[in-house]
Design a binder for this molecule. Structure first.
Ligand code: SAM
Ligand code: SF4
Length: 355
């Protein structure tokens, strides 16, 4: 397995090293040993990107994954189908890297929609190039998008992403709206550099009828510059936003939703805050992840991956693939452990996992 360039740990490939099923109840769904069930599938389809956000990618980008090591559109759709039909997956989100860098993205969506009828297919994107593809993606079966945008100050955007592409992102958002890819959510990482812009970003989101959610920065940057003392916590962000807007607690959309919602100036508009570091929600996690090379990753922070690509390519049945996937999830760890003394960063950075 030549994924060494991305620092990927040893992969499980053959039945003799299949994930342990010891103690697992006889359930078709993706249950884990802590009683959680994964219904939400994140599929990374590339580690390439048009931006270089400092909290995610190195300036030079991640090593290119050779085409034959990436799952093809058909392989992705087959796994999405197995997830939906056999494993209880109810929602699929494509991510990366930047999904829009894949030339066959429309095929991926179209084939996945056919393989998993009735399952919501969404995408997390930086929006660059979305203006040219939003209509075709919607037609292929994409239902919703999340666009990542940390600031609407053009200079600050260029500093954070190392690319002066804010106008392209805004064009992408317009096209997504026209294509009916709503409701559009905006994800913003809470950063020290852009904290003073948070109020402007929220005002912009309210004026443009998009739902804004901030997320605490996690130690998943390729440059390994994350430091706890530099973290903008949910509490600090709330204080910043609270100096300009009246915020009242609105709770979570549902118990497994990572964001705590706040009514802005009495509502009905809300802003969400995902306190992934200071108020971890791991005990309610309902996610399962596939990397672009076709391994199951049960947790963002769990380096132990289970290889499904070899099974896809050696003629294995859907049943066997589903069984490996179940085993991978049964062994999911309890939580990210960022706040523990013995915390170790995962080997892969965010762009190589799929956020
Ligand atoms: N390129 C797409 C994008 O930016 O939306 C999809 C992939 S990106 C890795 C997915 C999400 O992860 C983005 O919303 C991004 O802001 C978030 N992200 C990346 N690095 C992060 C970090 N260190 N902590 C928290 N969120 C992070
Ligand atoms: Fe690219 Fe998304 Fe990572 Fe930014 S957060 S570098 S847009 S993958």
């Amino acid at each position: 397995m030549s994924s060494v360039a991305l620092g990927i740990p040893a992969l499980r490939r053959d039945p003799s090293t299949a994930p342990s099923m010891e103690g697992r109840p006889d359930s078709a769904e993706l249950v884990d040993s802590f009683g959680r069930v994964a219904h939400d599938l994140r599929v990374s389809i590339t580690s390439a990107c048009s931006l270089r956000c400092t909290y995610c990618m190195p300036a030079e980008g991640l090593p290119v994954i050779p085409t034959d090591e990436l799952l093809s559109a058909h392989e992705i759709a087959r796994l999405v189908g197995i997830g939906a039909r056999d494993l209880g997956v109810r929602e699929v989100r494509f991510t990366g890297g930047e999904p829009l860098t894949r030339p066959d993205l429309v095929d991926i969506i179209r084939l996945s929609a056919l393989a998993a009828p009735g399952v919501e297919l969404s995408m997390t994107t930086n929006g660059v190039g979305l203006d040219r593809r939003a209509a075709a993606l919607a037609e292929a079966g994409l239902t919703r998008i999340n666009v990542s945008l940390d600031t609407i100050d053009r200079e600050h955007f260029a500093a954070v992403t190392r690319r002066d592409r804010l106008p392209a992102v805004l064009r992408g958002l317009d096209a997504a709206r026209e294509a009916g890819l709503g409701p559009i959510k905006i994800n913003a990482v809470a950063l020290r550099e852009t904290l003073p812009d948070a109020g402007d970003l929220l005002a912009w989101a309210l004026a443009n009828d998009v739902r804004l959610r901030f997320i605490e920065q996690m130690p998943l940057d390729a440059d390994e510059t994350w430091r706890r003392e530099n973290l903008v916590s949910a509490a600090e962000l709330l204080a910043e936003l609270g100096s300009r807007f009246a915020l009242t607690e609105a709770g979570r959309e549902d118990p497994s939703a990572p964001a705590e919602e706040w009514f802005v100036d009495g509502g009905p508009a809300t802003v969400g805050i995902i306190a992934s570091v200071t108020r971890s929600f791991c005990e309610a996690c309902d996610r399962t992840r596939l990397t672009a090379e076709g391994t199951v990753r049960s947790c963002l922070f769990g380096d132990d991956e289970t290889d499904l690509r070899s099974l896809l390519r050696d003629g294995s049945s859907d049943d066997l693939i589903a069984q490996y996937w179940r085993g991978a999830m049964w062994n999911k760890q309890a939580g990210h452990g960022i706040n523990a003394d013995d915390f170790h960063r995962p080997v892969r950075s965010m762009g190589a996992i799929g956020g």
